[in-house]
Design a binder for this molecule. Sequence first.
Ligand SMILES: Cc1ncc(C[n+]2csc(CCOP(=O)(O)OP(=O)(O)O)c2C)c(N)n1
Length: 638
Amino acid sequence: MDEQSYKYLSAINSPSDLKKLDEAELPLVCSELREFIIDAVSNNPGHLGASLGVVELTVALHYVFNTPDDKLIWDVGHQAYGHKILTGRRDVFHSNRKFKGISGFPKMSESEYDAYGVGHSSTSISAALGMAVAARMKNLNNRHHIAVIGDGAMTGGMAIEALNNAGVNNPNLLIILNDNGIAIDKNVGAIKDYLANIVTSKAYNKLKDKIWHLLGGGTKYGANTRAIVKQVGNAVKGSILRRSNLFEAFNFRYFGPVDGNDVLRLTKLLRDIKNIQGPKLLHIITVKGKGLELAEKQPVIYHAPPSAFNKKTGELIVKEPCDQVQPPKYQVVFGKTIIELAEKNKKIIGITPAMPTGCSLDMMMVKMPDRTFDVGIAEQHAVTFAAGLATDGFIPFCNIYSTFMQRAYDQLIHDVALQNLPVVFCLDRAGLVGEDGPTHHGAFDLAYLRSIPNLTICAPMNEQELRNMMFTAQTENKGPFVIRYPRGRGVLRNWKTPFEELEIGKGRIIREGKDLAVITIGHIGNEAAKACATLDEQGITTTHIDIRFLKPIDHSLLKDILTHFDHIITVEDGVITGGLGSALDELATDMGIHSQIVRLGIPDRFIEQGSQEQLWHECGYDAEGIVSTALSLIRTKN
Ligand SMILES: Cc1ncc(C[n+]2csc(CCOP(=O)(O)OP(=O)(O)O)c2C)c(N)n1
């Protein structure tokens, strides 16, 4: 559809334009907005299912509330495409997630309508509560604070901590629980069961609805309504459900569940609820992927379709190439290798916090359901749960995206490393991840891990190395072990070779030369290998070391390099401050050696989104960047 065919949307440049419309026209706005999102994402892949599911909610919220004065906070933010389009970013939406384009997540510096920057899950209630308390302290009594959170994000510990705290602060806070019954993969845990119970408990909800209408839907009795409804509700609730509503136990007024894909029902409800002071929770039921049949039927794939797709049928245009044709993704190597290892070593357990498909642990889940655990969006719990298993002789492989591991830093130190327990952490998506941008880059792990005693930290340069590192990690007495690897494909087609145990802390020499040394860790070493080949063609010979282990680091090999080379480049797909380059600098200082060390890696700022190649280039550590650093070093030398 071209711009002209969006009769309503093309006239909406901000929510005030939306408010000028007749309420009866809102369903038409919704259908255009849905069409626009499908059209845009079919050309430029990104998150899809979640945004399609909340089209009606997005329109209703911007119609009823006074954004940006009222604060609207989207949890995770992958569902906020409609919000972006209605708040002045329709014309630039084609640049969503692209290099120099707009972010795929709400971002405070991008728009005043993005009340809070997000990307990691389960933060919305805490942030909205902070804003609500701030409003009270500043006497901004008419300001509303709305957190929109999914049923998956509601399983995150932070969300529960925030509910607990909100319940005693009496904030002017509305939580909208967007329940579509699924996270990225199927939602898990007792809260999911609880929500499903509420939805199916018709008797309870009918009665609550009746009481609500009897009392004038919130408008008639204003602020007192809450107390009255609560009183009446409490009196009858026990006899019907024989248990209290979880959210009411947290002192929230609970409304719902209602059809969240009915925009007119939503506007009416939101207007009513708006008049009630205090903490409130509206539970809406929506369909993830609504409006695109394939996205509704296959919500896991269409959470974020991996390629462009036919906007009418939803069919993916570029099918994922099969792994016989090109090297596999690292995550697939992990998924297949853990099964091979677990078949032989019965102590191995697989753990993921809500990312089974993303990290490929879903393969083990199918084969060994009793030994594989999806614990929900709960990284902290995942780590200590693994620690508990390890105390009893198991060897848990805890697969967590590098960026989400940041959540569980204390658990890693206090519950695993200090106890010296044999938990194997496989940190997927380490380094710059590409289009998801700064919220998702796995930039910090090498730096934040290196200072923790007892850890072994390594990174594979290719798929075989990943297999061997996983093999080594599960052999006797290895203690806590971290293997970090990037998003995307490796470099080998024949990767499934027999396992080899690696000597802990031993690097390997990839190439030997005399002019310059290049020391790398992990997959980015392949860019260095290309750079060394280019330099060789220009008559500059290099020694390339794949250090493999950041901790313990190969002191004897590094000492040798420091003694023999005046010029050394370190390359890492991680922050410069604190990683491999820093480790080498420290060693040189300790040895009193003054070689010139140039550290390439992520500079001390947040890196925006773009393809991985664009971002490596921007940071100067793709093959081209390494060559130009090497040439300038050699020139200074001469
Ligand atoms: C701390 C953290 N862990 C994992 C993720 C990855 N993640 C992004 S969205 C999502 C599922 C969210 O499910 P839900 O809240 O139900 O939203 P829906 O997509 O179903 O609308 C997950 C696990 C994340 N963003 N943050």
